[in-house]
Design a protein. Structure first.
Length: 71
């Protein structure tokens, strides 16, 4: 996964936890605007989320952040 996407995921996860607490959930769509302006990046996130790690649609933001940081 490219570094720019990793940084964005960590940033969004941090914001979710700060606003909603440790139980805040995210889906991979949370890392993108409501328009598909970068389909390649969206597919990269989807592949990591769905195919590589077989995650549920919503996961805890702290879990996703930890997974990103461990790679």
């Amino acid at each position: 996964m490219r570094e720019s996407l990793k940084r964005k995921i960590i940033e969004i996860c941090d914001k979710k936890v700060a606003s909603k607490g440790e139980d805040a959930g995210v889906s991979f769509y949370a890392f993108f605007k409501n328009k598909n302006d970068d389909p390649e990046l969206l597919m990269e996130a989807a592949e990591w989320w769905i195919m590589t790690h077989q995650l549920d649609h919503f996961e805890k933001a702290i879990k996703i952040k930890a997974m990103i940081q461990s790679n």
